[in-house]
Ligand binder design. Structure first.
Ligand code: 8BR
Length: 438
C-alpha cells in the first residue's frame, strides 16, 4: 500500500530533515507538575460540599477552598479530566500545606514539545523557562541539543545552579477507577481513572516574553527557523492590575512582528490547547491567527474555534471531515498558511502549496503519527523504537488529498495503538513534530 511506503520513508526523511534544521524556539509554558495520587481518606472529613451536577455549575477558576473541593470532587465522581487555574495565593499556600508538592515532573506544552523534539537530531532546541529555578531546570531531559538562555548565552538546563524554589506548580490529582469517597454521608465511586489539575502559575499566566530569553532570540532571530507558541490556556481574561488578555497578547504580537522583521523566513506555530476563558480565546484568534503561520488543534479545540467564528460546530468533535475542512478553509482565509487538525485515527492538514510541499508534509505527518503511536505504546518517546510501530495498522480512514481554491488538503490516516500506556500530551508530540519537520 502506498501509505505504508510513506510511513517507511518518513523515518529517514525526518532524521535527515532534523539534522539539517536551524534552531527551533519554544515558549511560553514550561512548568513543574506535582503528581499526587488521591487518597480518599484525606477527603472523608469534608462536610457539606455540593458536588456540581454539570460543567456549567463549576467555578471558572479556583478562588476558595470550596471551589477546589467542588472541582476535584466533580472530576472524581464523573471520571472526567478537568484543569482549572488557582487565582488565590491563600488557596495555593493552603494546598501546598495540605498536600505538599507531590512527585515532581516536567510539564507545560512548550516543555513537553521541546522534550519530544530533543529525542531527534535537531541541532538546537531553545526552550523558554521562567522563573528558571534549579528545580525546574533539573526536570528537563539531559540532551545535548536542549538549551535555555542563561545570563547572556545558552546553557543546557543541567548546568543551571543558583536560584532555588518552586514558584509555579500544576498539581495533578490522579484518581483510579473504583476508588470510594464519602462526602456528607454519601458514598461516591470513581467510574474511570482520571485526573484533576489545579494550576498555580501567576507569572506565566501573564504570558510575558521575559529577559534574558527575549534579547537572545531577538538578537539571534536570523538563526531561528521555527518558533512554537503555547501557554494561552493558563492566561486570565483580566489581571489584578486591570490589564486584559488582549493587552498581553498585543505585546506578544509586537514581539512576533519584531522577530519577523529581523527574519522574514521565520515561521510561528500556535498550539491552541484547551483555552476555556472566552476573552483569552478570542484574543488569540483575533490577534495571533492573522500573523502566525501555522496552527495545531484537536477536535474539541477546533469546535470551540468554529463556534467563535460563528460556524456550524456539529460533527467536528465526532470527526466529520467536511465540517472540519470548512473550518480549516476559513482559518486559511484568516491568514494561516498551515492548519494541522488531529484526532484519534486521522489528521487533516490544510496548507498553502506556495510555502509547503505536499510530499514533505505527508512524510512529516507520518513521522508525527509514528512518534505518537510509539509514545502511546511505550509511555515515552524512544527514537530506536519507532520502527516497531510501523507494523501497527493505520485506522480505517481512507487517505485523500484535494484542493479547494488555493488550499491543499491532506486527509491522513494514523496508527492507533490498541492498549495505550499513556495518551496525555500526545497532541503536543504530534503538532510539534508535524510542524518542525514539515
Ligand atoms: P490531544 O493531546 O490534543 O488531546 O491529542 C491526543 C491525540 O493523541 C489524538 O488526537 C490522537 O491522534 C492521539 N492518540 C490517542 Br488520544 N490515543 C492514541 C492511540 N491509542 N494511539 C495513537 N495515537 C493516539
Amino acid at each position: 500500500m502506498i501509505l505504508d511506503k510513506v510511513y517507511d520513508a518518513s523515518i529517514n526523511f525526518s532524521i535527515n530533515r532534523a539534522k539539517s534544521s536551524s534552531a527551533i524556539a519554544l515558549g511560553f509554558h514550561s512548568v513543574i507538575d506535582g503528581l499526587i495520587r488521591v487518597k480518599p481518606e484525606k477527603f472523608s472529613n469534608i462536610m457539606d460540599i455540593d458536588i456540581p451536577k454539570n460543567l456549567d455549575m463549576l467555578p471558572k477558576s479556583i478562588k476558595t477552598k470550596e471551589d477546589f473541593f467542588k472541582s476535584l470532587l466533580f472530576s472524581f465522581v464523573n471520571g472526567s479530566a478537568l484543569q482549572l487555574m488557582i487565582d488565590s495565593e491563600d488557596v495555593y499556600k493552603w494546598i501546598m500545606k495540605e498536600f505538599g508538592t507531590g512527585t515532581l515532573h516536567l510539564g507545560g506544552t512548550s516543555a513537553n514539545m521541546a522534550a519530544a523534539l530533543t529525542c531527534f537530531p535537531f541541532p538546537k532546541v531553545l526552550i523558554y523557562a521562567y522563573p528558571l529555578t534549579e528545580e525546574l531546570a533539573k526536570l528537563f531531559p539531559i540532551s545535548p541539543n536542549l538549551f535555555v538562555v542563561y545570563g547572556d548565552g545558552l546553557k543546557q538546563p543541567k548546568e543551571i545552579y543558583g536560584q532555588k524554589g518552586i514558584k509555579a506548580i500544576h498539581w495533578i490529582f490522579e484518581f483510579s477507577q473504583g476508588q470510594k469517597i464519602k462526602i456528607s454521608g454519601k458514598n461516591y465511586i470513581c467510574p474511570r481513572s482520571n485526573r484533576f489539575i489545579a494550576s498555580w502559575n501567576p507569572v506565566n499566566s501573564r504570558l510575558e516574553v521575559r529577559e534574558p530569553f527575549k534579547s537572545y532570540v531577538i538578537e539571534h532571530a536570523s538563526a531561528i527557523s521555527k518558533f512554537l507558541l503555547s501557554g494561552f490556556h493558563i492566561m486570565r481574561d483580566v489581571y489584578p492590575d486591570g490589564k486584559t488578555a488582549r493587552d498581553r497578547i498585543d505585546d506578544l504580537a509586537n514581539f512576533i512582528q519584531d522577530m519577523k522583521r529581523r527574519n522574514p523566513q521565520i515561521q510561528f506555530h500556535v498550539e491552541f490547547a484547551s483555552i476555556r476563558r472566552d476573552g483569552v480565546r478570542k484574543a488569540v484568534e483575533d490577534t495571533l491567527f492573522p500573523i502566525s503561520d501555522s496552527l495545531g488543534a484537536n477536535e474539541v479545540e477546533l469546535s470551540w474555534i468554529a463556534r467563535d467564528l460563528g460556524m456550524d460546530t456539529n460533527g467536528i468533535e465526532k470527526g466529520d471531515v467536511k465540517k472540519t475542512s470548512d473550518v480549516l478553509l476559513k482559518l486559511r482565509e484568516i491568514g494561516l498558511k498551515r492548519v494541522h487538525f488531529h484526532t484519534l485515527g486521522f489528521y487533516l492538514l490544510a496548507f498553502d502549496e506556495k510555502f509547503y510541499d505536499v510530499e514533505e508534509e505527508k512524510l512529516a505527518l507520518a513521522f508525527a503519527a509514528l512518534a505518537a503511536a510509539q509514545r502511546a505504546k511505550d509511555g515515552k518517546l524512544i527514537s530506536d523504537n519507532l520502527k516497531d510501530v510501523l507494523k501497527i495498522p493505520t485506522s480505517s480512514i481512507e487517505y485523500k488529498e484535494w484542493k479547494e481554491s488555493d488550499t491543499k488538503f491532506v486527509l491522513f490516516p494514523t496508527k492507533v495503538v490498541p492498549n495505550p500506556t499513556i495518551t496525555v500530551g500526545l497532541g503536543d508530540t504530534i503538532s510539534s513534530l508535524g510542524f518542525a519537520l514539515g
